[in-house]
Design a protein around this ligand. Structure first.
Ligand code: FO1
Length: 325
């Protein structure tokens, strides 16, 4: 069995490549829920939905989130109410875009959670409704929320992840990150690490996508115990994030925004780091952090490149596992 620790868009793309190379029923995707939010009374799990829709081939390929062939009638009609909303009211938020087709997923998730189902159960039901054989698992059934300290109007304010990422278009400096609820949340997936032939840390933001998963009790311990078969893919290429604010966040919080910075963060829990060809010159510095280094094309522009990256990553995990024998 193969376990993939996943955030949103980058992880979902990688996972789709992996599912083209191995039997999907052998794969478990453990997905970050720190980005989850509640809007319009709906329970929204963006990373779970991005992974699910991408695996199903139904993601909007341009945006990387939401459904392809989407319409936005509900959002457009919301504007009418935003105009009359009293000061201080949070009704009719129109900064977070929920497509008409996507809304069905949030309706279903919200109703099932209110009936007492766990997020794991609902996530599995949604994956089955999309015809998926891959197992998609939220990192926990408990509430964890990524909170971001940002600099705004000359002071530091704490906001929820989506208020930083979407409402402020991640265009504000970050001074801190915490995962509210992580200390009391039980991870759902420890046995998928301890029993896996390979654990892959997808090319996701190490701070706000993989960070919440690692913050859960026992996760780093389980990864460390099996680190030879754990392979991470750097989401930083030539000092920049391919998507999103990972490079700026790393620099703002005192980490090096490079494959070496990523290697330092992951070295305690992973035996191998896959870096991009553009960073090949930094291989020795990566290895000096105590991880093996594999150089590959990690920019997933085409299905062929993505499939090859999945193949190379899996081979690295199998070779790592041989290493301990
Ligand atoms: N990202 C945006 O940049 N703007 C949006 O309005 C937006 C809406 C949205 C709705 C559902 C969903 O599943 C994802 C959505 N995302 C949106 C993406 C999401 O904010 C991020 O991709 C992740 O949380 C970061 O991994």
């Amino acid at each position: 069995m193969i376990t993939v620790l996943a955030g949103g868009i980058g992880a979902a793309r990688f996972l789709r490549g992996l599912l083209m190379t191995v039997d999907p029923s052998r794969v478990t995707a453990v997905v970050n829920t720190g980005d989850d939010t509640e809007l319009h009374g709906l329970s929204i799990s963006p990373d779970i939905d991005t992974v699910t829709y991408t695996a199903a081939g139904a993601i909007d390929p341009e945006r990387g989130w939401g459904l392809v062939d989407e319409s936005w009638t509900a959002m457009e009609n919301l504007a009418r109410y935003a105009a009359v909303r009293p000061a201080g009211s949070a009704a009719a938020p129109d900064w977070f875009n929920l497509g008409d087709r996507d809304l069905a997923t949030h309706f279903y998730r919200t109703a099932r959670l209110r009936e007492g189902a766990t997020l794991s159960e609902v996530t599995d039901e949604i994956a089955r409704a999309w015809g998926l054989a891959v197992r998609i698992v939220p990192m926990t059934d408990h509430r964890v929320r990524t909170m971001i300290d940002i600099v705004e109007d000359g002071g530091v304010t704490t906001v929820g992840f989506q208020e930083y990422f979407v409402k402020r278009r991640h265009a504000v400096p970050v001074t801190g990150i915490r995962f509210d609820g992580a200390n009391d949340a039980k991870p759902t997936f420890i046995e998928t690490i301890t029993s896996a032939e390979a654990v892959i840390i997808a090319p996701s933001n190490p701070l706000v996508s993989i960070g919440p998963i690692r913050a859960l009790d026992g996760v780093d311990h389980a990864l460390t115990a099996h680190r030879e078969r754990v392979v991470a893919i750097s989401p930083i290429v030539a000092g920049a994030a391919l998507k999103g604010p990972a490079d700026r966040m790393l620099a703002e919080l005192g980490f090096e925004a490079s494959v070496v910075g990523v290697a330092r963060m992951y070295a305690p829990v992973c035996g191998t780091l896959v870096i991009d060809e553009r960073d090949a010159a930094r291989r020795a510095e990566v290895e000096a952090c105590g991880v093996r280094c594999v150089v590959a094309d990690t920019v997933m522009r085409t299905p062929d490149v993505t499939r090859l990256l999945a193949d190379i990553t899996l081979t690295a995990a199998h070779e790592g596992a041989q290493h301990v024998r």
